[in-house]
Design a binder for this molecule. Sequence first.
Ligand code: ACO
Ligand code: LMR
Length: 612
Amino acid sequence: MSRPSYQLFDRDSTAIVYGLQAKAIQRMLDFDTACRREKPSVVAIVNPGRSGNHKVFFGTKEILLDIYPDVASACAANPETDVMINFASYRSAYPSTMEALEQKQLRTLVIIAEGVPERRARHLRHLSREKGVNIIGPATVGGIKAGCFRIANTGGTIENITNSKLHRPGSVGFVSKSGGMSNESYNVIAQMTDGVNEGIAIGGDAFPCSTLLDHLLRYEANPDIKMMVALGEVGGEEEYKIAEAIQSGQIKKPVVAWVTGTALGYLPQGVQFGHAGAKADAERETAPAKNKALREAGAIVPESYNDYGKVIKETFDKLVADGYTPIPDVEAATVPIDYNEAVAMNLVRRGSNFISTICDDSKDELLYAGHKISKVISENYSLGDVISLLWFKQRLPKFATQFIEIVVKLTADHGPAVSGAHNAIVTARAGRDLMSAVASGMLTIGPRFGGAVAGSAVMFNEAVTNGWTPEEFIKIKKKQNINIQGIGHRIKSLRNPDARVELLKAYAFENFPKYPLLEYALKVEQLTTKKKDTLILNVDGAIGALSVDMMYACDFSQEEVQAVIDSGGLNGLFLLGRTIGMIGHYMDQKRLKAPLYRHPWDDILYMLPEGE
Ligand code: ACO
Ligand code: LMR
């Protein structure tokens, strides 16, 4: 990418970032969006010894930036890129910059680290001149080419960027040692002129790799820049070189200059300000001495920093009076903000896709229907309590929670011969995992086995609600040609009663305030068992009828009861219980190291069509 030597950056500039600096990279790309750049200004990340990619936003679009283990591979993949922003620590800033200096395509290097040893900094400064590579820093926040390219975090928030008109080029070239003072100055320049064209903070170290004068000379050569603003600092002799350049005519454009640190004169000798280089070892290095020399050389130097903005404006107004046409303002493009940030700022809201009224894990402590988990444990809630909270959104009375627990205990298993256990066993013996074995067993739970809890609640409740006598009910179901859910068993009968049903009935008679549906179901059983001994009220039917009785006894409204019945949720009682047994069968088979199951031929009746 050929660019005039005075131009470090333009709208096509792209950078490699050394160090996985997600926030700084995103800020650069958001600046690109504000400027309406066609392509992202960051193309690659070097994370020593690592590779992969890093997801960022370019506007609202998500893009992946490749991560490279070293500078050479990042450059090889991005031959057009000529900038590297180096976030390496002060310990590795030197070797990583040396690595970058080996890449001829890199014309501009930025060293962010503070604390780079002076000897190293001076060597890099020598190499930058020897190789003709621009190095900004060390100890810099970087700089900005308004409307084109932002180095890392320069300029602060995107609001400050746009308030300082940095999203589009102005006509003022700015240079300083300090990043903070740069941001402040961008704002002042934006108010007093048509804005910054380029701003560079060279860093506060005693031996920066590029000097204030280096950048002012670039601005002198840049036809888009009509005036310059330089903010010097106590310490060093740099500002005298600027004075000489103005005096010799090397710099002809107006230069507004100020050297900060005038207060140092009121402090004891040798006091150092923030920057490593900000201390005056001699009178020449004080701010008043340097401001005087700049003023005498022809720079525009205000009487105090308070007049800084005023003289910038006066200087710009003179340019306009001499025929310069200020660059018009341009509206910055909207920069999207991250969703979480927007939520935190109450800027966005979004309808939820889910509603949970039973459990909340988003607060400091897990809540079951409003009950803190710590309370559930400390107050020794029963399993029935927890089920009633999560299924019925309330802590039901003790008779009800005990009923729930009894159901879970009674339905936990009914031997390996039943379909759920059978499938779980066969699946376990096929070498499948626990989840597959339990899922396989679960899939047999339905209208004939275990899944008649819900069905029986529907049917018995329907019969009672419709006022059908048990005889009418049986006739109606017979006519519909459907089996009454909750009636019948493969092996249990009047002569061989199901102890589980007897236990449930005994518990209800003892503890339920009333049980009308059970009573109805038992009348049905008296009729069906006249037809066949096995057409008893089975365990599903007893659970289904008593679940409805339980809800009414807990003052559920008819609508609430109907909603639970219609949901099929009552099958959950059998499902919850029987899962215990299916897990047991799985573990049992694994313990036994049981081999793959194959059904015996002699238990299969083969009735094939006559062969050809
Ligand atoms: N309602 C009305 N009639 C029935 C019922 C019933 N629930 N169950 C069987 N019959 C009738 C049949 O229609 C058949 O009549 P027919 O001789 O006039 O044709 C006769 O009784 C025998 O039917 P089978 O299906 O052979 O009886 P089986 O003993 O095999 O059925 C079963 C047992 C599957 C449980 C059956 O009774 C049924 O489907 N019940 C409803 C579903 C149910 O409640 N399942 C839960 C069982 S318990 C548990 O799984 C934990
Ligand atoms: C069970 O609980 O599995 C049974 O009632 C079904 C059966 O056939 O034993």
